[in-house]
Structures are given as C-alpha cells and as structure tokens.
Design a protein around this ligand. Structure first.
Ligand code: NAD
Ligand code: MG
Length: 397
C-alpha cells in the first residue's frame, strides 16, 4: 500500500488523479489533498478519500475549514501555506505535483529533496529551476516520472536502460537520434491571423481535444505550452533544444515520438485523456487500468502532421530562445507568461499581446546562472514586476 499526496487535488490533473486512485484502493491510500480556493471541491474529496491531511494555500482559511470538517465529523487535519504544502509533499511515498505555475516549485522540490517518487505535472517548476531541480533528483535519489502526456509518451519510448529511473544518463548515448514533440496547435491553428487580436478567454480555453485548467489552456492556444514542454523535455531527457523537433498533430492521438539512429521511430498513442499518463506513472513499472477506453483507430482513420508556424505562434520562438540561452532565461519567460496569461484571462490584455509582453521582459532583464532557488525566485519576481508594469502601460495607451 503506497501513500499518495496530491498537490493541487481540486484542479484538472488532481481530479483525474483521484479518479485513477479510486479504482485501486488496494494499492493506494490518499495521504494529503491540497487546494488554493476551491474549498467546496476539497471538502467533497475529503469526504470520499479521508486523507490524513488537507492543506490550504491561504493560511487565513485554515481555522474555518477545520471547523467545517469537524462539524461534519471528519478527522482530517488541516494545514496551511507553503510550509504545509512542503510537509505533506515530503511525507508521502508518492507525490503528484499538480499545482499550476510557479507556486508549485517549492512543494515539488520538497518531495524531490525527500527522495520520493514524484509525478511531475507542474512543468513550470522544472522550466524555472531545471539544473537545480535535476541535480536534486540525482543527489536525493528521487524517482521522477513525467505526467505531461508528451513527456510520458517519450519516456515510454525511451531505450530500456533509460526507463530505470534517474542516474541512467542521456538516452542520446543509447541510440536515440531525435525527439519529436507533438502538439495539437490548439484552438487557433487555422484562425485568420487578423482575427487573433480579438479572441476571448473562453475561445482560448476551448481546446479541441483536451479538457484542462484555464492557464494551460491559454498556453496551448499561444503554443507557449509546447515551448515550456520543449524546455521540460531538455531537462527530463538530458538533451539540447536542437535535438527536439516540435510537430503539430491536430488529432492528439500520437502523444510524441522518439527516433533512433537505426531509423526506427517509436510512438505512444492513446485517447487524449490524462488518466493514461497518470496511471502509467503511478504504477510504473507495472501497468494498471486507468478508466480510459480503447482507442478506436479505425474511426480515427487519419493522422495529420505539419510544421509549427512561428509567425502565428511567436511564443514558440521565445521559448526556444530561452531554452538555448539557459540560466534564468526560462524562469523569466515563465513568470512573464504567467502574468500575461492572467491579464488576458482577466480581460486586461489582448491575446496577441501575451507574446509581446514576454518578449519585452526577456529583452530587458539580464540572465544569470542561478546558484540557488533564491536566485531563481529573484529572477521570477523581477520578471513579474516588469510584466505587470508593461501591461499597465499598455492599458493607458
Ligand atoms: P488547474 O488550474 O485545473 O488546477 C490547479 C491546481 O493548483 C488547483 O488544485 C489549485 O487549487 C492549485 N493552485 C493554484 N494556485 C495555487 C497556489 N498559489 N498555491 C497552491 N495551490 C494552487 O490546473 P491543471 O490543468 O490541473 O494543471 C496543473 C499542472 O499540470 C500545470 O502545471 C499544468 O501545466 C500541468 N499539466 C496539466 C495538464 C492537463 O491536462 N490539465 C496536462 C499536462 C500538464
Ligand atoms: Mg502536454
């Protein structure tokens, strides 16, 4: 029986994780659930899973939520803030890192530093702190398994010796020639360029294939999500951005591919449902049912591929530049993106200006080689402050 902490249990990945866990009560017990604002969903999850701990990001809400649980006869203990998140991430056998954005960095690192099995959905943590994060994985003997569907697919297609966990070096030393990172192109792949300026948050969040949280949905619409995934893949698979090609594949049936020096190309296919990578990583190296149905490849009938259009998706270019530059550049890119996406979702910034804001921030801030998480967080803060100022200026024009 393994204990599992689900960081961000009320989100899209969190809910899918609990769906898989509920199918295997003989294998997993829920140690802790955590949430930011959605306390009603958290309450319902506690009723079903009876975790030992619940953690609220906002400490001021702890007392009233604990009272609510107690009056319902629930014995789950309530903790608060970053300390609480880090504590429950450290203590379980398995931690699902599914908080969105930079807020997930410290709790995810806490699980890594405790040498636990870490299921990584929170790609922003790895994008921000790549070298420090991977160094901590090695030093503390953590088992890091990717949940992002593309990276999970790539992992499944790696040479067998690179599927043994950390410490196996680069798959490029074991016959891999290229990684093909696929992405659907999002809801605006074929929208007339002139119409992009006026698209609304709801249009941007209406992803054709995947149902996800609002931040990653906007990232998919700008293709910044693929850019962040490029950086994520460089760290997870020990390679340079030049060894990774981004391929637009609108049907999201192939979740990514690995090409070998003998010309073989291995792909992982499946219905677009995050319960597949979640179940894979939870049970790895075994297999368990996930609730995902059989892929009907005959009615699917065709799979299309095209090169990404960097003119339509400037965020792809910005992310590749940050990946090549290294140091704090990815942290700056990520933070400016979080601020710009939030402003777009609030109706304060046009969709096409998300990339403009990020580019201005990247051109202004200097890049340093981070020696510690404090350096990463400083770059993150500077980027946020500058992005907020640039957005405020745009609003005045
Ligand atoms: P979501 O918005 O649906 O859920 C986010 C979760 O994080 C919620 O439980 C929320 O309460 C919590 N949270 C938000 N801000 C917080 C804060 N400041 N402190 C503590 N907790 C906070 O997001 P999601 O779609 O589930 O995505 C989660 C992560 O997984 C993201 O990093 C995303 O890029 C990644 N991911 C998601 C998908 C997907 O299909 N949804 C696929 C691949 C990767
Ligand atoms: Mg993905």
């Amino acid at each position: 029986m393994q204990s599992v902490t689900v960081l961000g249990s009320t989100g899209s990945i969190g809910v899918s994780t609990l769906d898989v866990l509920a199918r295997h009560p003989e294998r997993y017990c829920v140690y802790a659930l955590t949430a930011n604002r959605n306390l009603d969903t958290l309450f319902e999850q506690i009723e079903v899973f009876s975790p030992r701990y619940a953690v609220l990001a906002d400490t001021t809400l702890v007392k009233s939520f604990a009272d609510r649980l107690a009056s319902a006869g629930l014995s789950t203990e309530v903790l608060g803030g970053e300390d609480g998140l880090c504590a429950v991430a450290r203590e379980a056998d398995v931690t699902m890192a599914a908080i969105v954005g930079a807020a997930g960095l410290l709790p995810t690192m806490a699980a890594v530093e405790a040498g636990k099995k870490v299921l990584l959905a929170n790609k922003e943590a790895l994008v921000m702190a790549g070298p420090l994060f991977m160094d901590a994985v090695e030093r503390h003997g953590a088992i890091l398994l990717p949940i992002d569907s593309e990276h999970n697919a790539i992992f499944q297609c790696l040479p067998p010796q690179n599927q043994l966990g950390s410490g196996q070096g680069s798959p490029f030393a074991n016959g891999v020639r290229r990684i093909l990172l696929t992405g659907s192109g999002g809801p605006f792949r074929t929208t007339a360029l002139a119409d992009l300026a006026g698209v609304t948050p709801d249009q941007a969040c209406a992803h054709p294939n995947w149902s996800m949280g609002r931040k990653i949905s906007v990232d998919s619409a700008t293709m910044m999500n693929k850019g962040l995934e490029l950086i994520e893949a460089c760290w997870l698979f020990h390679t340079a951005p030049s060894n990774i090609d981004i391929i637009v594949h609108p049907q999201s049936v192939i979740h990514s591919m690995v090409e070998y020096i003998d010309g073989s190309v291995l792909a992982q296919l499946g219905n677009p449902d995050m319960r597949t990578p979640i179940a894979h990583a939870l049970a790895w190296p075994e297999r368990i049912v996930s609730g995902v149905g059989t892929l009907d490849i005959i009615s699917q009938a065709r799979l299309d591929f095209e090169a990404p259009d960097e003119h339509r998706f400037p965020c792809l270019r910005l992310a590749r530049e940050a990946a090549v530059r290294g140091g704090t550049a990815p942290a700056v890119l990520n933070a400016a993106n979080e601020i710009a996406v939030e402003a777009f979702l609030d109706g304060r910034l046009a969709f096409v200006d998300i990339a403009t804001v990020i580019e201005q921030v990247m051109l202004t801030l200097e890049v340093v080689e981070p020696q510690s998480l404090a350096d990463v967080q400083q770059a993150d803060s500077k980027s946020r402050v500058l992005a907020v100022a640039i957005i405020a200026e745009k609003a005045l024009i």
